[in-house]
Design a binder for this molecule. Structure first.
Ligand code: RIB
Ligand code: CA
Length: 310
């Protein structure tokens, strides 16, 4: 299809990662998927990326990446994504193994072969930071690094830190300081894009397997958010980062300087947005503030409805 953005999706599937893969398959040229330890361990995030690839019948390589953060122990979100990482949806195990165990090398080599790719990390930033360490020139070769992570107003793991940043603050700090064209699609944005039982019913109404699986994922997300005190709907975080690349008009953002706190007793993992220029540093990031939520939800549902192999 004409000039769809070409992306590498770095993910930790993950219920919302799975919806993001469906969204990316429809609205981008998905060059590769790379996996990272995050919502669940690396074996499971990789298996889940392969399971969704099988479901969609995608011809997209999946490469395993980092099994642990730069510092500390892996931290998972099974309380949100379930033991499998995809709730309890009825998907068979992967039909094949990942295409390689070297996600970092693939990111480096692919961005060397082709300038203008978008890196779209929707999990912890370990792979991206490792790739930038291996070849800092990535920062100048990519069209963007558009992350789901962080945020401009509080966290979801601690009062300050969002999960993807909290898991590996050191990696996030290196990515934010790399000088790449960075867009942060954080919790302040993604909580505007919420899916509920009506969206799940719409997906079931498409009458195909992808729709059924998407409905199960949305239902799981609603149930988990209800347990977390946000009844009725669930924020659909990761697809927002994909749409920020494929449909930039859906999101309003502002240039800001953003730093990642790696020390703070209460604030480790915070993405601190310098809203008033108090740090006298040039902006290093486009911070997403406002979503056209209706349009975003329409695009996500259309991606499910028109899924290949449906
Ligand atoms: O905080 C939300 C983010 O953490 C999403 O990417 C979700 O998949 C988890 O990885
Ligand atoms: Ca994720």
């Amino acid at each position: 299809m004409a000039d769809r953005p070409r992306i590498i999706l770095d993910c930790d599937p993950g219920v919302d990662d799975a919806i993001a893969i469906i969204t990316a398959a429809r609205w981008t040229d998905l060059v590769a998927m790379t996996t990272v330890s995050g919502n669940v361990d690396l074996d499971k995030t990789t298996a889940n990326a392969l399971r969704i690839r099988d479901l969609m019948g995608l011809d997209v390589p999946v490469h395993r990446g980092a099994a642990r953060p730069f510092a500390g122990e892996p931290f998972h979100a099974r309380y949100v994504h379930g033991m499998s990482g995809l709730g309890d949806i009825d998907l068979p195990p992967p039909s094949v193994s990942p295409d390689s165990d070297d996600a970092v090398e693939v990111i480096v080599e692919t961005t060397r072969k082709e300038e203008g790719l978008h890196l779209v990390p929707i999990g912890p930033l370990t792979n991206i930071a490792l790739a930038l360490r291996a070849d800092p020139g990535i920062a100048q070769r990519v069209a963007s690094i558009t992350i789901m992570g962080g945020g401009a107003s509080g966290g979801n793991v601690t009062a300050a830190a969002e999960f993807n940043i909290y898991v590996d603050p050191e990696a996030a700090d290196e990515v934010f300081r790399a000088g790449a064209p960075l867009t942060m699609v954080g919790l302040n944005l993604t909580h505007q894009v919420r899916m509920d039982a009506g969206h799940a019913d719409a997906c079931r109404g498409f009458g195909h397997r992808v729709g059924d699986i998407a409905a199960q994922l949305i239902d799981h997300n609603v149930d988990v958010h209800a347990l977390g005190g946000l009844p009725g709907s669930g924020a659909m975080h990761d697809p927002c980062a994909v749409l920020a690349v494929s449909h930039p008009e859906v999101i309003r953002s502002e240039h800001r300087h953003v730093v990642v706190e790696v020390e703070g007793r209460y604030t480790r993992g915070q993405t601190l947005v310098d809203e008033r220029g108090r740090m006298s540093r040039d902006p290093n990031c486009r911070v997403a503030y406002e979503a056209d939520a209706d349009r975003a939800l329409e695009l996500i549902l259309q991606a499910v409805r028109e899924a290949p192999n449906a």
